[in-house]
Design a protein around this ligand. Structure first.
Ligand code: IPE
Ligand code: IPE
Ligand code: MG
Length: 246
């Protein structure tokens, strides 16, 4: 009997939400929730690599998260530095290519330096591509892309009427990656919170009440199973999609 290969997404994006509520439920400070969230990141990266996902994009800190109390922001920044110090060697051993997306010039020099070092060290790896979004906002990304395209127009390389979707798409932070097929959000909220706006035009959305520090491989597999059961129509009819399979 011929079994069809499982319908695995190429690119999974994750809004890792619920750390603060996880900590509050245990009478701990919010930063304890962020620290506990690192375990779930490790489990998710492992699961993605094991399941044959090619691209994993994690939302770690949004352009709006700068509005949080100073103590929480500095705790998070310290955690990013610590996580890079602890995890990069292992990621490199596992052939993971690490990339950061976001307004990195807003980060401390020390963090920028570690990010660059991690990207350079893993640049030649051919396994999972792991994009970490820090100081990232979907609108910021589109504005940036608009500036890049406008600069090409100003240089006379491109006529305004010739600007097409591909010109914008390749100027985005994830310009070299295919669009996410599946977007997971933990923590119970069903919103995008200014994550990848352009790129998720046709992503399947999967929401769970599980708080990020509790998220594990079983939850990841549940999201993959839900994805596998979807028919992706991209505007076609279901019948057209079925007919194209034969
Ligand atoms: C997500 O968890 C992590 C970041 C936004 C940095 P939260 O800190 O938003 O957790 P909740 O939503 O307050 O529970
Ligand atoms: C989204 O979570 C950002 C990250 C997970 C990094 P938030 O907790 O910041 O989202 P809102 O404010 O509830 O929409
Ligand atoms: Mg939140």
């Amino acid at each position: 009997m011929i079994t069809e290969p499982a319908n695995i997404p190429t690119h999974v994006a994750v809004i890792m939400d619920g750390n603060g509520r996880w900590a509050r439920a245990r009478g701990k400070p919010r930063n304890a929730g962020h620290r506990a969230g690192v375990r779930a990141v490790r489990a998710t990266v492992e699961a993605a690599a094991e399941r044959g996902i090619s691209y994993l994009t994690l939302f770690a800190f949004s352009s709006e998260n700068w509005r949080r109390p100073e103590q929480e922001v500095s705790g998070l920044m310290g955690l990013f530095v610590e996580a890079l110090r602890r995890e990069v060697a292992e990621l490199h051993r596992n052939n993971v290519r690490l990339r950061f997306i976001g307004a990195r010039e807003q980060l401390s020099n020390g963090l920028q330096h570690r990010i660059k070092a991690a990207e350079d060290k893993t640049a030649g790896n051919t396994g999972l591509v792991l994009n970490v979004a820090v100081a990232f906002g979907g609108r910021w990304d589109i504005v940036n892309a608009a500036q890049t395209v406008a600069a090409r127009v100003a240089r006379g390389e491109l006529a305004p009427d010739d600007i097409d979707e591909a010109d914008v798409a390749k100027s985005l932070q994830l310009g070299e990656c295919p669009d996410p097929d599946l977007l997971i959000r933990t923590g119970g909220e069903q919103r995008i919170s200014n994550f990848l706006l352009w790129n998720i035009a046709y992503a399947e959305l999967w929401f769970t009440d599980v708080l990020w520090p509790d998220f594990d491989k079983q939850h990841f597999d549940a999201a993959l199973a839900a994805f596998g059961a979807k028919q992706r129509r991209y505007g076609h009819t279901g019948e057209q999609v079925e007919a194209a399979k034969c």
